[in-house]
Structure formats: C-alpha cells, structure tokens
Design a protein around this ligand. Structure first.
Ligand code: NAP
Length: 293
C-alpha cells in the first residue's frame, strides 16, 4: 500500500545514538497506517551535545512528538517545557508530546510495563518481589512497584551502590521501607517464599544469550512469575530457568509494545484498539524471530 505524504502529514520520530536498530519506526508507521492516521515516524541519529538544538528545531518544525532513547533520556529533561510526574520522579523521559510552548516529557516505560502486566493479570499490590538490576530501565520498574503498592522488593544489583541509591530514592519517594538493596551475589540471603521476579539487567540479551544474571537452579524455585525486560531473544536463559522450576514467564516484548502504544495514544489523542495491539505484537514478534536460539 502506498503511503501518501502531503501538507497535513504529522511527523513523529525517535532521537538517540545509535538509532539504526530501533524497532519504533516499524511499530508507529504500522499503527498509523492501520489506524488510518496521516502520520509518519522517522529515526533521527543525534550527535553528542546537540539535544537542546534538536528539541528547539523540532519545536520550530512543529514535530508532533518524539521518542527519546539511549543516551538522551536524562539529558533531554533540561529542554522540556513540562514534565509528567512519573518521568520527573525517575529522572528519565522517553516520550515528548508537543504542547503550546515546547514539549511535555513522559516515561511510557512505566505504563508500558504496567499494561503488559495487567494484560496477563499479574498484580503488584501486596506482592513480594525480587528485582534484578538497578540501571536505567530498573528505575521505571521500581517506580511502578512502589506506586502500585508492592509489599517488599529485594533489589539486587552487581554494583551494590546503585541498588542502595535506587532503593533509598524509592523508599523516600513512597515514604515506606519497601525496597531492600542487596548485592547480586547475595541472592541466597533472600528469605524463603514465592516471588514475582523482574529481570531488568542486560544479561542474556543478544548476542550474550547464553547467560543469566543468576546461574543457580535453586534460586529459581522461589519464583512463581518471571518477567524479563529483554526481548532479544524472546526467550532468555533467565526465562528458561524460571520455567524449568515451574514458574510462568513473560518477555519484554509486551512492555516494548505498550510503551510505544502509549506514546502513539498521547500524540494522537486516541486509544489503540485491542485488535490492533495484537496485530502490532505479531509484527514485532516476527521481526525479532531471527534473534531466537
Ligand atoms: P543500563 O542502564 O545499562 O543497566 C544495565 C543493568 O544491567 C545494570 O543493573 C547493570 O549492573 C546490569 N549488568 C550489566 N552487565 C551485567 C553483568 N555482566 N552481570 C550483572 N549485572 C549486569 O541498561 P538499561 O537501559 O537499564 O537496560 C537493561 C535491559 O532492559 C536491556 O536489555 C534493555 O534492552 C532492556 N529494556 C527493555 C525495555 C522494554 O520495553 N522491554 C525497556 C527498557 C530496557 P551494574 O549497575 O552493576 O553495572
């Protein structure tokens, strides 16, 4: 089908560096076409120290919205007219929406994960959780767990200082001692129980698919549900361990999809139907099949 670009076509895109492997153009152009929107979405590779210029330029060109990816999720904040609460709390923005005097920043990773979990009936409230990792993505995950009322979160990270910092930020933010920081190597000290586990590190991501952050079958006996944020490959070694111990697993594809769907909805002020979300999921899944072992 030929897409007609004309004088009323609305332009969105993604800024980052590198940007060559982004799946967002595929997703957003598919959603736009299927939803009958006159919108195009393009990748922009942005060089170091150019973010402020880029945002000013985008505003001048009346670009409707932008996604922001590594390494600019924090740096972009200084160029925003407004910022959504969740994005401000975690200090990371991945979606910009045009407002009168510039852009408003959001973090749709938070709602992306929440929607992916809700779709699978995985609740957070009063749950005992193990979180592995304390990097950029972990901040969105921790914020969601705090906001939705997790009971306890054992927050494991290779670099303990980062776990301590994230845990104390979140405990302060939610005025409760929910987050317990631990060194990754201390995982055996987690009390016996049945946990929801969220794997947020890059360990196991293509091309390092033969690795899991914890290589100990016994640890995985504690996990009833394991969510891995990784989507390349669709089945990680972490997920294999969880399943072998009888737990259920979810990969990062639904979160990726819903963070994009949420951005699309913010830009276009309309809801994407469940049927279209399912079609988009299949599209992304097919594109990612090559990373499977
Ligand atoms: P990041 O900020 O670089 O953080 C990386 C995390 O992985 C840190 O906690 C780091 O621990 C840990 N790590 C790295 N190598 C390790 C190793 N060898 N052993 C133990 N821990 C290790 O990265 P990020 O942006 O948070 O992304 C993390 C993953 O989430 C990536 O795979 C990314 O693709 C995925 N992600 C998915 C979605 C989605 O929509 N599904 C969204 C965002 C991110 P240290 O602090 O000790 O270095």
């Amino acid at each position: 089908m030929i897409r007609i670009i004309n004088g009323t076509t609305r332009v969105c895109g993604v800024i980052g560096n590198p940007i060559e492997h982004t799946m967002s153009p595929m997703l957003h152009n598919f959603l736009a076409e299927r939803a009958g929107m006159n919108m195009v979405y393009v990748p922009f590779r942005v060089e170091e120290n150019r973010v402020a210029d880029v945002i000013k330029g985008a505003c001048g060109l009346n670009i409707l919205g932008l996604n922001v990816t590594v390494p600019y999720k924090k740096e972009v904040i200084a160029s925003l007219a407004e910022i959504d609460l969740g994005a401000r709390e975690i200090g990371a923005v991945n979606t910009l929406v045009r407002v009168e005097d510039g852009y408003k920043g959001y973090n749709t990773d938070i709602s992306g994960l929440f929607r992916a979990m809700t779709e699978r009936n995985i609740s957070i409230k009063e749950q005992a959780v193990i979180m592995i990792g304390a990097g950029g993505a972990a901040k969105a995950v921790a914020y969601l767990l705090g906001r939705e009322g997790a009971n306890t979160v054992y927050l494991l990270n290779r670099t303990i200082e980062k776990a301590v910092e994230l845990a104390s930020d979140m405990n302060r933010r939610f005025a409760k001692n929910v987050f317990v920081p631990m060194a990754l190597s201390d995982y055996q000290k987690i009390p016996k129980g049945s946990y929801l586990a969220i794997q947020t590190t890059s360990v196991g991501m293509y091309p390092g698919t033969g690795q899991a952050p914890i290589e100990d079958e016994e640890f995985y006996q504690k996990i009833h549900t394991g969510i891995d944020l990784i989507y390349r490959p669709l089945k990680t070694r972490f997920m294999n361990y969880v399943e072998a111990a009888g737990g259920i697993t979810i990969n990062g594809l639904s979160m990726l999809l819903y963070q994009g769907v949420t951005a699309f909805e913010l830009w276009n002020e309309r809801t994407v139907s469940g049927a279209l979300v399912s079609q988009a999921y299949e599209l992304l899944k097919e594109a990612l099949a090559e990373y499977e072992e």
